[in-house]
Design a protein around this ligand. Structure first.
Ligand code: NAP
Ligand code: MG
Length: 494
């Protein structure tokens, strides 16, 4: 008889996910005021993972009161020195690394992404963001400004206040780190509402925040749906909203925030172009362009979903990307052999399949993929669509799945205009061996990030965010920190 033992992190993750999950308000784990719960499921098996407290307006109100009290002038959090604050933030990063296997497994179960990917990317990067931001806590400085002998003028930076954080499901832990890191470094307090599809890793992070010594009420977690997000974003006692999600919901938040003119950071959708010139090193460009769309199953706001390839190498390039796609191993994210898991939900799978149907009905041709994979779990085959026209929905709209539209171009002078012909402006790629062509193209692309001869390269110190309808403000780097600070000018008569 053989006994197969699950690895310890799998046991820990299973134990965590199957618990009844509560809200974190003012340092206490509490049920929703209504007593209601909702189910979170494993998108690879469609099986129930666990029940989560269904937070609604009353819970959001309680959480905002706790965050406001924790922001009070004399609260433990506000009385801490920047150095003490920095140490706690650093400790959060350490605890994420110490629990990286378990967190990666939780993310894999709840979101569907491969454990190996979460372990290599999401979780260590989340730790990096806390480590990077912890250093800023002691370096938030104002300036003295010469205004003549009769006055002393200086500025000081202050935390913006209570921050409402609302995030999408594609990188649940990582996106919360992108927001919590700078918010805490600045000295703000937070109410966070994770996406309904993926609440679990943020709840586990809540335990780690407590373990790191964060005072009660500094970060509050309200799991729930869009209605809870709507109450938070309209709340008159919230000073700022930091949102990652769709452009459609971003616009709703803009209206909701108008009541008390909240500050806003909005990280929204994209339809990012990847421009490959004929002189590119194809051995690098083909796998890079493939990962640029297929990483995280295409569920990345910055996914390079429009691929423009100069005509002389177009056929070879499409063949290469199609071959790459056909070699991707699909399967449950918890299986170490899987390179691509399911999409996050039935709704998301059906949305992507809808685009594949409409695109193919309009005349697009799938050189690979084009359909669902299997009949259990929300898997979609990685897909390359060719023979599209610029006005097709698959070319213009964000699909948020493993689908790239590949188009040839003839005129290098025109391609930037074509690449910029979109309401979005999050990211772009350029592949060429000609360095001046690369920089000239990068300069003209209307996108918050341009990658040259690579794609998806992130760093906690490098700002990320959108032009046009891809958003407002920046994540990461000290640009993100600035978005959680106010500047006060103090002018004294001498
Ligand atoms: P979504 O529908 O916009 O949801 C995002 C979050 O907003 C969820 O927590 C959602 O709650 C909440 N929400 C829904 N309606 C709301 C309302 N009226 N007021 C306040 N909050 C509300 O986005 P998604 O479909 O989950 O995620 C995919 C989208 O996110 C894509 O468009 C993608 O491009 C974008 N995204 C952008 C970035 C970036 O950095 N730019 C990163 C990742 C994703 P529930 O889900 O619980 O209903
Ligand atoms: Mg949603």
């Amino acid at each position: 008889m053989t006994i197969t033992e699950a690895p310890l992190h799998r046991v820990a993750a299973d134990d965590f996910v199957s618990r009844g999950h509560r809200l974190l308000i003012d340092g206490e784990w509490v049920a929703a005021a209504s007593g209601r719960t909702f189910a979170t499921i494993d998108p690879a098996t469609e099986q129930l993972l666990g029940e989560v407290a269904h937070g609604e307006g009353e819970d959001v109100n309680r959480a905002v009161r706790a965050a406001r009290a924790a922001f009070d002038h004399d609260s433990p959090w506000r009385r801490m020195t920047p150095s003490e604050r920095g140490k706690i933030i650093h400790k959060i990063g350490d605890l994420i690394l110490e629990n990286a296997d378990e967190l990666s497994m939780i993310e894999s179960l709840d979101n569907g992404k491969p454990f190996t990917m979460a372990r290599a990317a999401d979780i260590p990067f989340a730790a990096d963001v806390f480590h990077y931001m912890s250093g800023w806590a002691t370096k938030i400085e104002g300036s003295t400004i010469p205004v003549g002998q009769d006055y002393l003028a200086f500025t000081q930076k202050e935390p913006v206040g209570v921050v409402g954080v609302v995030i999408a499901w594609n990188f649940p832990l990582l996106l919360s780190a992108w927001k919590l890191g700078p918010a805490l470094a600045a000295g703000c307090t937070v109410v966070i509402k994770p996406a309904e599809q993926t609440p679990l890793s943020v709840l586990r992070l809540g335990e780690l925040l407590q373990e790191a010594g964060l005072p009660d009420g500094v970060v509050n977690i309200v799991t729930g749906f869009g209605d809870a997000g709507a109450v938070l974003t309209a709340h008159p006692d919230v000073d700022k909203i930091s949102f990652t999600g769709s452009t459609e919901v971003g616009k709703k938040i803009l209206h909701a925030a108008a009541g008390n003119l909240k500050k806003l950071t909005l990280e929204l959708g994209g339809k990012s172009p990847n421009v490959v010139f004929a002189d590119a090193d194809l051995a690098t460009a083909i796998p890079a362009a493939s990962n640029a769309i297929f990483f995280n199953h295409g569920q990345a706001c910055n996914a390079a979903s429009r691929l423009y390839v100069e005509r002389p190498v177009f056929d070879e390039f499409v063949e290469g990307v199609s071959e790459f796609a056909s070699n991707i191993v699909l399967g449950a994210g918890t299986d170490p052999r899987s390179e691509m898991g399911p999409l996050v939900s039935a709704e998301q799978m059906n949305k992507v399949l809808g685009y594949l149907d409409s695109g193919q009905a309009d005349g697009a041709v799938a050189t690979v993929g084009g359909e669902r994979w299997g009949d259990r779990g929300y898997f979609v085959k990685p897909t390359v669509l060719t023979q599209t026209r610029p006005d097709m929905a698959v070319v213009r709209e964000e699909i948020f799945g493993p689908v790239v539209v590949a188009m040839p171009f003839d005129d290098p002078a025109q391609i930037v205009d074509t690449a910029n012909d979109t309401p979005f402006g999050l990211a772009a790629g350029v592949f060429t061996r000609d360095i001046s062509k690369a920089y000239r193209t990068a300069a003209r692309l209307k996108a918050g990030t341009v990658w040259v001869n690579t794609y998806h390269v992130f760093n906690a110190a490098v700002p990320f965010g959108g032009y046009k309808e891809s958003g407002w403000g920046r994540e990461l780097g000290h640009a993100a920190l600035d978005d959680y600070l106010e500047t006060k000018s103090v002018v004294t008569a001498l």
